[in-house]
Design a binder for this molecule. Structure first.
Ligand SMILES: Cc1cc2nc3c(=O)[nH]c(=O)nc-3n(C[C@H](O)[C@H](O)[C@H](O)COP(=O)(O)OP(=O)(O)OC[C@H]3O[C@@H](n4cnc5c(N)ncnc54)[C@H](O)[C@@H]3O)c2cc1C
Length: 244
């Protein structure tokens, strides 16, 4: 697959440690919600590093690709993308990649989205694709996040979840919950799933995305709740790439 050049046209901070990068990509072949790209950074001496990032934006005719990157303080690539990259800079990217962890507007079954931390990114693309397709298909989102200030896309999620026929949104806080929150902070467990997600009897398609351990434990809980393994699609945000 060929490398393309994207120009940074906007930057937006989602949280104190995460930034959304909007790229204009010439000849972008469009994408499907849920897919990702590989980003390659090359130093003047020729050394390069590649990392995968999910696409946050829905399919669009403007050849725009949005990525949201969480900064790992000891990381090689994410500190550069979230702190040094500037509007007007160029980034090399390859994609779109992925054909299984995707949502298409003609899917009619109930959709259960479950995000852990930055795993919200491809799920947000699905929510945005649903909105831009004018769809009222039944969607639910369970968003597990460390604390309120770590939530990505907060205002947009609020607006979407307040609309009629919309996405039912539940936050599950793992470290710090807002005052008066009904549940003490903790990891997603069987009771959270039972209370907030579609019943397995409705045979929802479940999309689970986040750190590898989160994805594996959540997928196992979904199966224990009666969901069919072939209805559970997962995307693991483990370490990727490395040196090339
Ligand atoms: C399909 C896919 C999609 C992804 N989408 C996104 C996205 O939308 N947004 C996003 O922020 N990240 C995403 N990632 C993760 C991303 O590819 C990088 O792994 C991440 O940005 C860290 O890169 P780095 O160079 O800063 O850290 P590195 O220099 O690679 O690693 C620094 C340290 O952090 C550890 N580490 C690396 N990656 C992770 C991780 N993901 N979680 C926990 N520890 C890690 C390493 O083991 C190492 O100890 C995705 C990964 C995959 C596989």
């Amino acid at each position: 697959m060929m490398w393309r050049s994207g120009t940074v046209v906007a930057l937006h901070d989602e949280t104190p440690t995460a930034r959304t990068i909007t790229l204009q990509v010439a000849d972008w072949p469009s994408h499907v919600a849920g897919q990702h790209v590989d980003v390659r950074l090359t130093a003047p001496d020729g050394y390069s590093a590649v990392r995968s990032y999910s696409i946050a934006s829905p399919p669009n005719a403007e050849a725009r690709v949005e990525l949201t990157v969480e900064r790992l303080s000891d990381g090689e690539v994410s500190p550069y993308l979230t702190q040094e990259l500037a509007v007007g800079d160029r980034l090399e990217l390859r994609g779109p990649i992925g054909g299984w962890f995707v949502w298409r507007p003609w899917q009619t079954e109930p959709i259960q989205l479950i995000a852990g931390g930055s795993g919200i990114v491809p799920l947000m693309a699905m929510i945005r694709a649903r909105t831009s397709a004018g769809s009222t298909k039944p969607f639910r989102l369970l968003y597990s996040v460390r604390e309120p200030k770590a939530v990505f896309y907060r205002d947009e999620l609020e607006v979407i979840s307040n609309r009629e026929d919309s996405v039912r949104l539940t936050y599950a806080y793992t470290r710090v919950a807002p005052k008066d929150w009904p549940r003490p902070p903790g990891r997603v467990d069987a009771s959270v799933l039972a209370e907030t997600t579609w019943s397995s009897k409705l045979i929802p398609t479940c999309y689970v995305c986040g750190p590898t351990s989160f994805v594996e434990s959540t997928a196992a809980l979904l199966v224990a709740c009666g969901n069919r393994p072939d209805k559970i699609r997962t995307e693991r945000f483990g370490p990727t790439g490395g040196r090339t």
